[in-house]
Ligand binder design. Structure first.
Ligand code: ZN
Length: 402
């Protein structure tokens, strides 16, 4: 398909990138897209940065997109990368060796749930979460703040979140941020952004293991370019090992979503990893990668698997549907994952929502799918975002005239 061939010229999950890829000369023009002001906080370019617990090396570029080696204490990761979300030290239904087979480099743990059960003190006594769950590769933990706000006294949250994460021992730990849904407007968005900046200093002060764990700051500011700009500049001053773009995927229009990502990735340091939180759908990841983001996480592939829905090039495959009962094809005939090699849609149909094996098989396929390049029709917002990323797919975005 023509669309796929064109978009495949940018493929974040292939070996397309090489050292000889020319840097784009048609530089992104923020004035065109963010008329309110210019972005003046572009940082000097340096291909490699070393901190005590992280090394980030850009291996190749395609305009704004880059392929990098992210060396963490427990694993040498390749970006762009997708991180499955494991709430309680597990990706539901999958073993850690299956996650290695699929190609996961980092998985995400939820600090709040781990603190509830089994508790960060016990995890620490048992040698940290890597040992506890038998996961030899990298781990990232969230601050837990999102859930803790309702349960703990507000004044203690920042320090407690960092202390819990220090005990759990993940390679990357997230600073506490004040998250406001992107559909909220008005003074609450500004208040949350400034609170996030105040909290980052308390997180830095409370962080006891900077030589073993990397504290990432989170850019907030809703859909307001001015607030995002202030937040980026303040976080960059703290010289953190990496930065996240937070508060997205909260119901905003795709056209607003990609513009925030484009603004933040252009303003964050070129020599540090950039993580777009809670993203996302396969197409979102391609667009964000094209705009210069490196890391992503989302519960979607595993959550939708538990409802019997598989991700396929054409979109979604509902394995519960009765037409699947006699379908002897694999979930995706093009897929080379273990599930598609060994099992039929008919067999998985007989298991989904009835036996844990059903959601395990679909989760395995969906996570395998997320590690590869998505295919499908290209909506207009993607074409707009790709234009900013200096990737011309305009002929793919509109119906052919012949
Ligand atoms: Zn598969």
């Amino acid at each position: 398909m023509q669309v796929l061939a064109r978009v495949s010229s940018f493929n974040p999950f292939s070996t397309f990138f090489s050292h000889s890829v020319p840097v784009c000369t048609n530089l992104y023009n923020p004035q065109k897209y963010f008329k309110k002001r210019s972005l003046s906080c572009l940082m000097p370019v340096s291909p490699t940065v070393r901190t005590m617990a992280l090394k980030f090396e850009v291996l190749g570029r395609c305009n704004r997109a880059r392929a990098s080696k992210l060396t963490l204490p427990h694993f040498e990761c390749q970006t762009p990368l997708f991180m499955p979300v494991g709430t309680q030290g597990t990706i539901k239904g999958l073993t850690t060796s299956q996650l290695e087979d699929i190609g996961c480099h980092i998985i995400l743990g939820n600090t709040y749930h781990l603190e509830l059960r089994p508790g960060s003190e016990l995890i620490d006594e048992l040698g940290g979460l890597h040992n506890f769950m038998n996961w030899p590769r990298a781990l990232l933990t969230d601050s837990g703040g999102f859930q803790m706000v309702s349960l703990l006294h507000l004044a203690d949250i920042t320090e407690k979140g960092v202390t819990f994460q220090n005990r759990i021992g993940a390679d990357i730990i997230m600073a506490l941020d004040d998250v406001v849904k992107t559909t909220v407007t008005g003074p609450r968005v500004e208040e949350a952004m400034y609170r996030t900046i105040r909290w980052i200093d308390r997180c830095i002060a409370a962080h006891r293991r900077p030589d073993e764990q990397n504290l990432f700051g989170i850019v907030q500011g809703g859909l307001d370019p001015d607030l995002r700009d202030i937040c980026v500049k303040e976080l960059v001053k703290r010289n953190l090992p990496g930065y996240a773009i937070g508060g997205l995927s909260g119901g905003e229009e795709k056209d607003s979503f990609w513009r925030v990502v484009a603004q933040c990735t252009a303003a964050l340091p070129d020599d540090k990893p950039r993580y777009v939180m809670g993203v996302g759908y396969p197409l979102d990841i391609v667009v964000c990668s094209a705009l210069g983001a490196d890391m992503f996480d989302c519960v979607y592939p595993t959550r939708t698997a538990r409802f019997g829905t598989a991700l396929v090039p054409e979109g979604l495959l509902k394995l519960k549907h009765k037409v699947m009962a006699s379908d002897m094809r694999p979930i995706d005939p093009e897929c080379t994952c273990m599930v598609c090699k060994k099992y039929t849609r008919a067999y998985i149909h007989s298991l989904v929502t009835k036996d844990a094996m059903g959601s395990q098989l679909v989760s395995y396929h969906n996570l395998s799918y997320m590690m590869r390049f998505p295919k499908g029709d290209i909506p207009e917002w993607v074409c707009d975002a790709m234009e900013v990323a200096c990737i011309d797919i305009s002929t793919c975005c509109f119906p052919s005239k012949d």
